[in-house]
Design a protein around this ligand. Structure first.
Ligand code: AHR
Length: 524
């Protein structure tokens, strides 16, 4: 039951809250102790040449009946623009360590067909190459994060790729780019020096990789004059994919002794939520509460994983110059029945949305070291933002989490303390809620509250001492069931809606629905 009232000259809603007073959760936001910037690059994406991630998901070709601009889907571009996507990692993943950039430039009808042996041995027309990727990046307003081939490639070839992308004429490769329609050099924001070099990237030992990393860092150069003094390209080394710290030790030990000849700016980390272990076996649709609880429990391990790697990085780099880049993360479920298992197709439910908010909150709490992250993957693969099937298109619950978090991009972290209590079901115990706070770049106080409890709402009182709150707006994402999804036929099952908040005596109160993600923006 609700009644409306006016406070501070703005309309607010006073709630008759369902939870008992004793169950209420007290949050305390301390705006007088601002923390680090929540780098907008933690909201990055990963778009690998895998399944229908690029082909069909982004690229349909200029001749397609699906509305497109120079071959790139207009519906996808419009949706991604809303996310203010800071960077996109491409072309892989495992695919990166077998990719030769030369096969993807020039007239498309002359490009060679190759086999994508990383993902299902399908024929790759190479129609989506460097210039198409850069066009996509420009259309969505993002920054390229290019992973170079350290597995089967050479430093010379990778160096030439960077020259093709970034050199100003009159170099031969800059002229070739101009002849392909792009006289202006591209900006490459981030360079990934290989991918999972301990596994699909070449099964290397840490020492072997470190030797290669130095060579690639030395010779793969960004030549864009506009990136010489500012907007410098950051080089990201391969990091671990298990909590074992041996790899990070080797990379950071080398970095500590680096000379003028080479440098890196980040170390990557890959960690997926695979609740039952490998191979992934959790269903991404039509699952129950047990799977929901198990998945959320599993995803919370990200915090411990980061801590372990950060302890090593702090040893060699107490000033936190080197970024920890979580450039692959997300839920990895069983392939959808009937799909090609190599295409990593899965549905995306409110469970995945909650998982996304929990990970983003963990990254925010590690903002002094984690300044970059890339959800895997952008479209049609793993925990995607968008699913397509020919002309059909649907936004996933995870898409909406990324949209709700846009105000957190480059916001200043603000500590928030609370006793979350616990929610226990089927032997699994989870915190009832999670929360972060921040000051947005336009001066609002932001509060995010995730209610992990699948069955019960949570009533929350937030102490806003030190802040004179004038008004607040809130948006919440929830769904009827733990496995609710958006489909082509019913795209609005899991969409954000506005939520009621009450500000009184310096306290903000609200009730968040079960299994929900809520973002509150407070004007002061
Ligand atoms: O995202 C799918 C794959 O997962 C990537 O290609 C690889 O880097 C990781 O193992």
């Amino acid at each position: 039951m609700r009644c409306r009232g006016f406070l501070f000259g703005v309309m607010v809603t006073i709630l008759t809250l369902p939870a008992l007073a004793a169950d209420r959760i007290q949050l305390s936001v301390d705006a007088s102790k601002p923390g680090p910037k929540i780098d907008r690059n933690i909201f990055g994406h990963f778009a690998e040449n895998l399944g229908h991630g690029l082909y069909e998901g982004i690229w349909v070709g200029p001749g397609s009946s699906i509305p497109n601009t120079r071959g790139i889907r207009n519906d996808v571009v419009a949706a991604l623009r809303e996310l203010n996507v800071p960077n996109v990692r491409w072309p892989g993943g495992c695919f990166a360590d077998q990719y030769h950039w030369r096969k993807g430039i020039g007239p498309r009808d002359k490009r060679p067909a190759t086999v994508n042996s990383a993902w299902g041995d399908v024929i790759d027309t190479n129609a989506f190459g460097t210039d198409e990727f850069m066009d996509f990046i420009q259309q969505i307003g993002s920054t390229p994060y290019v992973s170079i081939n350290v597995g089967s490639g050479t430093p010379e070839e990778a160096g030439e790729w960077l020259e093709y992308m970034t050199a100003a004429a009159p170099t031969a490769l800059a002229k070739e780019r101009a002849a392909n329609g792009h006289p202006e050099p591209y900006k490459v924001g981030f360079l990934g020096i290989g991918n999972e070099s301990w596994d699909c990237g070449g099964a290397m030992t840490p020492d072997y990789y470190v030797s290669l990393m130095k060579v690639y860092s030395r010779f793969v150069l960004n030549m864009n004059p506009a990136q010489r003094d500012k907007d410098k390209m950051l080089k990201i080394a391969v990091g671990p994919g298990t909590p074992n710290t041996e790899w990070t030790e080797a990379v950071m030990q080398a970095w500590k002794k680096h000379t003028w000849a080479w440098d890196i700016n980040g170390v990557s980390l890959h960690w997926y939520t695979v609740p039952n272990g490998w191979p992934p076996s959790t269903a991404s649709e039509k699952f129950g509460l047990d799977d929901y609880d198990k998945t959320l429990k599993s995803t919370l391990f990200m915090d411990e994983f980061l801590r372990k790697q950060e302890a090593v990085m702090d040893k060699y780099d107490p000033e936190k110059k080197v970024t920890l880049s979580v450039d692959e993360w997300g839920a990895w479920h069983a392939p959808l029945p009937g799909s090609n298992p190599a295409f990593l197709v899965q549905q995306n439910s409110i469970r995945d949305a909650i998982l996304a908010s929990l990970n983003l909150n963990i990254f925010a709490r590690h903002a002094d070291r984690v300044r970059m992250a890339n959800i895997a993957q952008m479209i049609n693969v793993l925990q995607a933002m968008i699913l397509t099937d020919k002309e059909k298109f649907v936004l996933t619950p995870t898409y909406y989490v990324f949209k709700m978090y846009v105000p957190f991009q480059d916001a200043t972290f603000i500590p928030v303390t609370f006793d979350a209590g616990s929610y226990t079901h089927g032997g699994i115990s989870l915190p009832r809620i999670d929360a972060i706070a921040a000051r947005s770049t336009d001066g609002k106080l932001l509060l995010e509250i995730t209610n992990l409890d699948a069955e019960n709402p949570a009533s929350i009182d937030t102490d806003l001492s030190g802040i004179t709150a004038k008004s607040a707006t809130a948006e919440t994402l929830t769904a009827p069931n733990v496995d609710s999804i958006n489909t082509f036929e019913s795209p609005d099952v899991v969409v954000p809606k506005s939520a009621a908040v009450n500000i009184h005596d310096g306290k903000l109160s609200l009730t968040v629905e079960p299994r929900s993600v809520t973002v509150i923006a407070i004007e002061q």
